[in-house]
Ligand binder design. Structure first.
Ligand SMILES: NC(=O)c1ccc[n+]([C@@H]2O[C@H](COP(=O)([O-])OP(=O)(O)OC[C@H]3O[C@@H](n4cnc5c(N)ncnc54)[C@H](OP(=O)(O)O)[C@@H]3O)[C@@H](O)[C@H]2O)c1
Length: 306
């Protein structure tokens, strides 16, 4: 898959407008603007409310071979009994995703939010069925995303990627927690696994009040030296060398490693999409700025973004 460096995501805090009051015509325009700008990778999941249906409708008029479509299966009944689904249920869920998206194949189907303790049963009980579905042409590639909210150091991916048949992995990676650079990305390079970045901006880099809370927690738990943090504007210092906004800095930071195939933007707003496209077009951050970000925050391994 040759994917655009910016991809559009159907989950996160906005969930394709479901949580930000953007209606279907608004999302139709958002996706059309993405296609028009050259975006060819779209991600969703069965668990993002009506996201699959909304995305399917927004893409309905676009030729199917102009874009790559990714969805994810909730391999575990997280809100119910916590049981891992069986192969038959997996196929039923794939059937439903295809129907909701209005397509007869997915370019990428991902295990959603894999937890380290589930790697064994998922590899032995579910992956063989995904490989069958891939041979049948109903999915073209197999991926796995992590549950970064509880797995900042990437334990699950470090455990499953070397032994699994994964074509891609979706990784939490941003300018506050960039520890994927230290171990995980080399595993991806070694096994030729495409990296999809999530959490590049999230709330930490788009909501000043939330950002201040996150930095206050990092100071309180001893992760950051209070003398190094401006409590009123903890990331204000990155706005230099022509960098105009914190989301811009965050997307430009995330696209830099050569193993990254695409950085997802979870925006539901067309003006934010245009801003993010311009950020990506500006390319990686100036090397000195990136170096300083890594020096200040490179030791952090907790999930930081939400
Ligand atoms: N475990 C998993 O598998 C998993 C977990 C999380 C996410 N994902 C996938 O990754 C995708 C990306 O999710 P993410 O939340 O990490 O995306 P993100 O792009 O890092 O963050 C999205 C948030 O940033 C805001 N935002 C984006 N651009 C902005 C701008 N220029 N100015 C101000 N605010 C801006 C959005 O609000 P507005 O809507 O107001 O712009 C939204 O609240 C999801 O859509 C989903 O497909 C997967």
């Amino acid at each position: 898959m040759r994917v655009s460096l910016l991809g559009q995501g159907g989950g996160g805090p906005s969930q394709l407008g479901q949580r930000t009051d953007v209606d279907q015509p608004g999302i139709d325009r958002l996706i059309a603007a993405g296609i028009e700008a050259g975006i060819n990778f779209f991600d969703t999941a069965e668990s993002y409310g009506e996201s699959e249906v909304i995305l399917g409708q927004a893409l309905a008029g676009v030729e199917r071979d102009r874009y790559f479509l990714a969805s994810k299966v909730s391999y575990k009944n997280r809100r119910g009994d916590g049981r891992i689904i069986n192969a038959k249920e997996l196929v039923e869920r794939l059937d439903r995703s295809l129907e909701r998206l209005g397509t007869d194949y997915l370019d990428l189907y991902q295990m959603h939010g894999l937890e380290a303790g589930d790697v064994g049963p998922v590899l032995s009980d579910l992956i063989p069925e995904l490989e069958r579905q891939r041979r049948a042409g109903r999915i073209r590639a197999i991926g796995v995303s992590e549950l970064w909210e509880v797995d900042g150091p990437h334990e699950a991916l470090l455990k499953c990627l070397p032994d699994g048949p994964f074509d891609t992995t979706m990784v939490g990676y941003n300018l506050l927690n960039s520890c994927a650079e230290d171990a995980l990305f080399d595993v991806c390079r070694e096994h030729d696994i495409g990296v999809i970045v999530m959490f590049a901006v999230r709330r930490a880099m788009s909501d000043a009040a939330r950002r201040n809370e996150i930095f206050a927690e990092l100071v309180k738990d001893g992760s950051l030296d209070p003398d190094s943090v401006d409590a009123a504007d903890p990331l204000g210092w990155v706005l230099r060398d022509g960098v105009g906004s914190i989301p811009e800095a965050a997307y430009r930071f995330a696209l830099e490693p050569n193993v990254v195939g695409t950085v997802l933007t979870g925006t539901s707003k067309i003006e934010h999409l245009r801003h993010n496209l311009a950020a990506v077009a500006a390319g990686p951050l100036p090397p000195d700025l990136r170096r300083e970000i890594r020096e200040r925050y490179g030791q952090l391994t907790q999930s930081l973004g939400t």
